[in-house]
Design a protein around this ligand. Structure first.
Ligand code: ARG
Ligand code: ZN
Length: 866
């Protein structure tokens, strides 16, 4: 069942030219595919074309009806005549887009025809060599009803357009760039069109077109501006220009993921295109800008240079995520972006490494490729690229990128090719670094500091160890770039390790010793500043050291790091106290006076304050524990949050009043975003003491960020009028299905005793549909991920509820069902009772008749460890 990376072989055939003719009908679409096929390897007799859920109507080879083939559920095997090199093969197939609820291949939903081909969806459209190393020139013609589908779109340039008799029309497209099948796209429907335009640095005029649901044109402005900014940024930063005369983005309501970078025709989940102040939050605006950029950046990192095989996915995804992170930092600000990325790694990617789904950023074994669009491949992949950037420096990294494009433009390549380009451009040996591509798991780092008062030297001993993961027993030490910051009480320490680049040490072995000289007594050092390597690190056990760092560190990230360590340490102590039925005296766990004075002094830095006042997530707190009683951990965090609300109340109230005073009309701009974020973080604390505060904000807010912020707080603190507020929200927004997702998600995260009955009722709501991934994620996904008390209910009812839903969804949309399995596969972290009930649900899922391989892969791996 599984495919292995080491088994890669070339196809033996190439397909330089494809013409696809579509006759669109929602229940019976006919695709006629004419391919020019070349036999590259003359020992190959069979041509095995991939195909799934297709009915073959006709097969011609070189103009003649061909019958020397074998047809299975997954393939069409053609036994081609010997001694010939070149074939024209025509396959004509029938498919049913409306019945295709998997939303892969060609599907029909909301009166729109749409495709999704990555990773292996093209085979649901026609028989083909559906693998990324087959690069072809595409031409496409589409025929459909003109009134129902005025727009017929595909990749590249429009070459002809004609109105036919019988109310139909026909258009043709030609893509001048060769591409793998996964970048093919087709959309047919009725839309509003927002048009813009862009002139590239070398003077190419590009038409920009954003297609959205009728009546929502104005909501696409932010996406359009984001696209223009992305195009400019990639020219300025990497010298990369757009290469077609038209760039289209289509927003659709039914989509399995965020967006897809199809050549010249991006398809987006509508929630990552549409925005207006009343209905979109600051976070929505941010996500739109960064995802528009991500898909645009793929035009070079992904499309012009693509992957040889799917094991190389991080080649394009890790690199493109890194690029979109750089872009977002440039467009908004460095600190909050970096913190967001670090939190994703610590809350989610580390958890993946600790689960049965652990895999290297370049996986070795895959059953269902869709299961490997993971935090590891994407986000850890981006961290690995970031380390390269740290090692080579900005200019060195750029040189490596230039060489990568010079060597590989127009080709399908591997992660090793990328590393080789970086290495050769800089004459920098990366062979040891490259183990980051093959080793899974999170290195655990410990730090020992020894101060010699007489010599005034500080010796720091760093050790790394990667524990065996479920997929891999033997681990080796990895190359770790260690950025560090020295913090002296006088605030002005200037010293560093001998022979090292300032502020950076490169560790390659299990143990590394660094000696700092001329170090005044009472100096602290913070290692892995800026999360310079994706490791877990334990530096100080005593709060005093962290308080010292909080007060005297220069770098905001170090200050934030200190705050998180302080909170974690107090919350974990409280957890242990609760487990032994002791009570905690929060008044004395820290010096609140000092803390409040410090907060007041930062009033001019809303971005930093907002981050420092945000507590670590439950998922982060879990990392350092085993056999967790999750309800106690939840209680410990809530108690600390309440303590902070009480002991810092006056300080927070004063900050809040100042922030409120500057509120005006909503604009999405960085300073305002930081102020709103801080205001909403503080509102949570204030509302714990003064529940009316969030109610007031809900009533008076003029934008979705404040409205949703207030409502989420009301839900968190279980405000007496929370149901009235939720209802009010629904009444205001029931006409907007994108906003209703927020409503579903908030309901699902409500920690109330009748939550399961509520979920069942909500599944009957007219705006809910199991066929729509956004609704499923909003309702069931939010429950499993954010409703700690409900999902982890003592009696296992939350697990059972999610399992039941997964079993139902698997028959509808296996890819989305497999995503929902993730919270259950992380059973290892919890106490024995919960482990048992989570595994019992996984076992129920495993025996479901006709279980998809998507769900099978994750569930079976997870149970193999139990
Ligand atoms: N390449 C797309 C992106 O990163 C995501 C495609 C996800 N595909 C999948 N089968 N899950 O923007
Ligand atoms: Zn991507």
């Amino acid at each position: 069942l599984a495919k292995r990376r080491e088994d890669y072989q070339t196809a033996g055939f190439s397909i330089p030219l494809v013409h696809l003719d579509f006759n669109l009908n929602s229940e019976a679409t006919i695709v006629t595919n004419t391919m020019l096929v070349l036999r590259e390897d003359h020992s190959k007799q069979y041509l095995r074309l991939d195909g799934q859920d297709l009915s073959l109507l006709e097969c011609l080879v070189n103009g003649e009806v061909f019958s020397d083939y074998e047809l299975t559920n997954d393939y069409l095997h053609l036994t081609l005549p010997d001694n010939e090199h070149e074939f024209t093969i025509v396959v004509k197939t029938l498919c049913n887009p409306k019945a295709n609820t998997s939303l892969e291949g060609l599907y029909y939903a909301s009166n729109t025809f749409c495709t999704q081909c990555e990773a292996e969806g093209f085979r649901r459209i026609t028989y083909f060599l559906d693998r990324p190393d087959i690069l072809s020139s595409y031409s496409v013609s589409i025929t459909a009803d003109k009134d129902a589908y005025p727009y017929l779109l595909s990749n590249g340039n429009l070459t002809s357009k004609e109105t036919l008799a019988d109310g139909k029309h026909k258009v043709s497209w030609q893509d001048p760039h060769k591409k793998p099948a996964y970048l093919f796209a087709l959309v047919a429907g009725d839309f509003d069109l927002l048009e813009g335009h862009y002139v590239t640095s070398s003077g190419r005029e590009v038409a920009l077109q954003i297609f959205v649901e009728q009546g929502r044109q104005a909501q696409a402005e932010h996406a359009l501006v984001s696209l223009q900014k992305s195009m400019r940024w990639d020219e300025e930063t990497y010298g990369l220009e757009y290469d077609l005369d038209i760039y289209m983005v289509v927003a659709v309501d039914f989509f399995n993921m965020g967006a897809m970078e199809n050549k010249g025709l991006n398809i987006f989940n509508s929630k990552f295109v549409l925005a207006q102040p009343q209905s979109a939050t600051d976070e929505d605006y941010f996500n739109i800008e960064s995802i528009i950029a991500h898909e645009y950046f793929h035009n070079w990192t992904g499309n012009r240079v693509t992957c040889r095989d799917w094991f190389q996915l991080s080649l394009k995804e890790g690199l493109t995520v890194f690029r979109d992170q750089q872009f977002s930092a440039d467009m908004t600000s460095e600190l909050s972006n970096r913190i967001k990325q670090i939190n994703v790694m610590r809350s989610q990617q580390f958890a993946e490494d600790a689960s049965a789904m652990a895999h290297p950023i370049r996986p070795d074994e895959v059953i269902e490729m869709n299961n490997f669009y993971t935090l590891t491949v994407y986000d850890k992949g981006a961290e690995v690229i970031r380390m390269l950037h740290t090692l080579l420096g900005k200019d060195g990294f750029r040189k490596g990128m230039d060489l990568y494009f010079a060597r590989h433009d127009g080709h399908a390549v591997t992660c090793d090719d990328f590393i080789a380009a970086m290495q050769d451009a800089n004459a920098y040996d990366l062979s040891y670094f490259a183990h980051w591509y093959s080793q899974s798991g999170t290195p655990q780092v410990t730090v020992q500091q020894l101060y010699d008062a007489a010599q005034k030297t500080l010796t720091v001993v760093v050790k790394q160890e990667t524990k065996p993961t479920f997929d891999q027993k033997n681990k080796r030490p990895l190359l770790l770039p260690i950025k560090y910051e020295c913090i002296a009480a006088n605030g002005a320490a200037q010293f560093c390790v001998e022979d090292a680049r300032e502020g950076l040490v490169i560790m390659t072995d299990t143990t590394q010793t660094m000696t700092f000289k001329e170090v005044p007594d009472g100096t602290c050092i913070n290692l892995f500043t800026d999360f310079s390597a994706p490791v877990r690190v334990n530096q100080y056990n005593d709060l005093d050291a962290w308080f010292h760092i909080l007060r005297y560190a220069k770098q905001p990230l170090t200050i934030w790091e200190a705050s998180q360590n302080i909170y974690s340490s107090i919350i974990l102590d409280a957890y242990h106290a609760l487990s032994t039925q002791q009570s905690v005296d929060f008044a004395s766990v820290m010096n609140w006076q000092t803390f409040n004075t410090w907060l007041e002094a930062q009033a001019g830095q809303p971005e930093l304050l907002a981050e420092v006042l945000s507590l670590p997530t439950i998922e982060q707190l879990l990392q350092d524990l085993t056999h967790v009683d999750i309800l106690l951990l939840h209680a410990a965090k809530a108690q600390f949050e309440k303590a902070l609300a009480m002991f810092s109340y006056n300080t927070l109230q004063a900050l809040f009043t100042n922030l409120e005073a500057v509120q005006s009309t909503y604009v999405y701009r960085t300073e305002d975003v930081h102020r709103r974020k801080l205001k909403n973080v503080i509102l949570q604390y204030i509302s714990i003491k003064e529940p009316n505060a969030c109610f007031e904000q809900f009533v008076h807010s003029n934008n979705m960020t404040d409205l949703q912020g207030a409502l989420k707080i009301a839900i968190n603190i279980n405000h007496p009028r929370v149901d009235w507020l939720l209802n009010e929200f629904k009444t205001r927004w029931s006409h907007d299905l994108v906003v209703m997702d927020k409503w579903f998600a908030m309901q699902a995260s409500q920690e109330c005793s009748d939550i399961l009955a509520k979920l069942t009722l909500l599944q009957e709501h007219p705006a809910f549909s199991i066929n729509n991934p956004n609704k499923v994620r909003a309702l069931i996904g939010s429950f499993a991920m954010f409703n700690t008390l409900g999902f982890h209910a003592e009696d296992g009812s939350g697990y059972r509820y999610v399992a039941d839903f997964i079993m139902e969804l698997d028959g509808v949309n296996a890819q989305v069902a497999a995503r929902l399995v993730t919270p259950l596969t992380q059973w290892q972290k919890y106490n024995t009772v919960r482990q048992r009930s989570m595994c019992a649900q996984l076992e129920r899922i495993l025996v479901t008749p006709d279980l998809s391989k998507d769900v099978y892969e994750k569930v079976s791996k997870s149970l193999a460890q139990s």
